[in-house]
Design a binder for this molecule. Structure first.
Ligand SMILES: *[C@@H]1O[C@H](CO)[C@@H](O)[C@H](O)[C@H]1NC(C)=O
Ligand SMILES: *[C@@H]1O[C@H](CO)[C@@H](O)[C@H](O)[C@H]1NC(C)=O
Ligand SMILES: *[C@@H]1O[C@H](CO)[C@@H](O)[C@H](O)[C@H]1NC(C)=O
Ligand SMILES: *[C@@H]1O[C@H](CO)[C@@H](O)[C@H](O)[C@H]1NC(C)=O
Ligand SMILES: *[C@@H]1O[C@H](CO)[C@@H](O)[C@H](O)[C@H]1NC(C)=O
Ligand SMILES: *[C@@H]1O[C@H](CO)[C@@H](O)[C@H](O)[C@H]1NC(C)=O
Length: 207
């Protein structure tokens, strides 16, 4: 019985392949509305990438979250990054450039530009960044959500994009919120910011 079953499955494969959904156009222009949508706090949930060296780097990131502050006139996004690497919380802030016409966000790190195409889905509580979606050797997709854990439906949207690009679930690396070591630092920064705001308020009141 096993053999005919296997044959039946094999003969179905080309059919399934032909039916695998085509990816939507990745280069959707970025608008003010899309910038508003990605403004705020985001958790990096998972990613897959075939870029050489990516796996080694990404596997060290146990958890990370971001605050995005877009500037609609400058076409930049200020981002603050809290990343748990090993047993350390690393904080950094930097700026992303927004290329509206081709839907691309970029950042330069050590003189190298990194690109990601912004992928918004129907669900405003998630977004993705695709890199080299046409290049089988280097393609990548990262997945972000507004909560540290994504719902199964949200994960499925990520898997759908992954599949249409031609990558496999087995290539996905996940973060683990339980390993997040940055909550204390985030709290400290919040308190500092509040104090700063109060100080500037009293400052203007005295003027
Ligand atoms: C994707 O969308 C952009 C902007 O709407 C358009 O210029 C481009 O031709 C589209 N690409 C494909 C492959 O449809
Ligand atoms: C955006 O950037 C411009 C130029 O640097 C600055 O004048 C403006 O205040 C910024 N807007 C916001 C909302 O931060
Ligand atoms: C986007 O927002 C900026 C700043 O508010 C504004 O100057 C610009 O006209 C807006 N662009 C569009 C296409 O609405
Ligand atoms: C998007 O446009 C910018 C500016 O025109 C360009 O530098 C960049 O290479 C483009 N990115 C992609 C992925 O096409
Ligand atoms: C912070 O980000 C900037 C810009 O991406 C980078 O040049 C710098 O090396 C980063 N610093 C740390 C400590 O990761
Ligand atoms: C940037 O370059 C320096 C020196 O080459 C290296 O030590 C550092 O790890 C690099 N940073 C990143 C984020 O690649």
């Amino acid at each position: 019985m096993a053999l005919p079953w296997a044959l039946a499955v094999l003969s179905l494969l080309p059919l399934l392949d032909a039916q695998s959904p085509a990816c939507p156009n990745f280069s959707v222009p970025i608008t003010n509305a899309s910038l508003d949508q990605i403004s705020g706090k985001w958790f990096y949930i998972a990613s897959a990438s075939r870029l050489p060296g990516y796996k080694e780097k990404a596997s060290k990131i146990h958890a990370s979250f971001y605050f995005f502050t877009p500037n609609h006139t400058e076409d930049t996004i200020l981002f603050r990054e809290y990343m748990t690497v090993g047993d350390q919380c690393l904080y950094n802030s930097s700026s992303l450039k927004v290329q509206r016409e081709n839907g691309t966000l970029s950042t330069s790190e050590n003189g190298t530009e990194h690109y990601g195409q912004l992928v918004l889905s129907k669900d405003p509580k998630i977004f993705m960044l695709a890199s080299f979606p046409e290049d089988k050797q280097n393609m990548g997709l990262s997945f972000f959500a507004d909560q540290p854990e994504a719902t199964p439906e949200q994960m499925q949207q990520f898997y759908d994009y992954l599949t249409c690009m031609g990558m496999d679930k087995s290539e996905v690396m996940y973060t683990d919120e339980k390993k997040n070591l940055c909550l204390l630092l985030e709290k400290q920064h919040d308190e500092e910011r509040k104090k700063e705001e109060e100080r500037s308020k009293t400052g203007t009141a005295l003027d």
